[in-house]
Design a protein around this ligand. Structure first.
Ligand code: DQA
Length: 151
C-alpha cells in the first residue's frame, strides 16, 4: 500500500509560472503537483499536495500530518525565514520533514540565509528548481517506509 506523504507549499507559491520566472522558473504549481504525483506513484508514496498563503494553515496541516501521514515535504516560502510556529509544529509532529526551495536561498539576500525549518528538518534541498521536489520524495522514501508509527 502506498505510504501517505504530505507535500506542503507556503505563501506565493500559487503564483509560480508568472512570479519572478528568472528566479523560480516557468513551471506552475499545478505542473509541480503533477510531477510529484507521478514521482509518488513510482516510489510507492501517496502524495497529498497542498498550498496556502496562511501561516496558521501550514501549522494545522503539519499537525494533521502527525496522524495522517508518515512524512512531510515542505516549501514554506517566506515563512521559512520568519516562523517559529512552523519549527514548533514540526518538532511536535514527530514525522520526518524534507525542506525544499526552488531557488538557492544562500545565493540570495542575507535575510533568506536563515531558516527556522532547517534545524528540525531531516534534510534540505535548494537551488535545483522543481527537480528538488522529486529529489525530496526520493529522500523521504527510506525515512518513511520503515516507520512503525500507526496511521
Ligand atoms: C522559496 C525561497 C523563499 O526565500 C521565498 O520567500 C519563497 C520561495 C523558494 O522556493 O525558493 O517564497 O521558498
Amino acid at each position: 500500500m502506498a505510504i501517505p506523504v504530505f507535500v506542503l507549499n507556503g505563501p506565493n507559491l500559487n503564483m509560480l509560472g508568472t512570479r519572478e520566472p528568472g528566479i523560480y522558473g516557468g513551471k506552475s504549481l499545478a505542473d509541480i503537483e503533477k510531477d510529484c504525483k507521478a514521482a509518488g506513484k513510482e516510489l510507492g508514496l501517496k502524495v497529498d499536495f497542498r498550498q496556502t498563503n496562511q501561516e496558521g494553515t501550514l501549522v494545522d496541516w503539519i499537525q494533521e500530518a502527525a496522524t495522517a501521514a508518515r512524512g512531510i515535504v515542505i516549501n514554506p516560502g517566506a515563512y521559512t525565514h520568519t516562523s517559529v510556529a512552523l519549527q514548533d509544529a514540526i518538532r511536535a509532529a514527530g514525522v520526518p520533514v524534507i525542506e525544499v526551495h526552488l531557488s538557492n536561498i544562500f545565493a540570495r539576500e542575507p535575510f533568506r540565509h536563515h531558516s527556522y525549518v532547517s534545524p528540525v528538518a531531516a534534510g534540505v534541498i535548494c537551488g535545483l528548481g522543481p527537480l528538488g521536489y522529486r529529489l525530496a520524495l526520493e529522500a523521504i522514501k527510506p525515512l518513511v517506509e520503515n516507520s512503525a508509527k500507526p496511521l
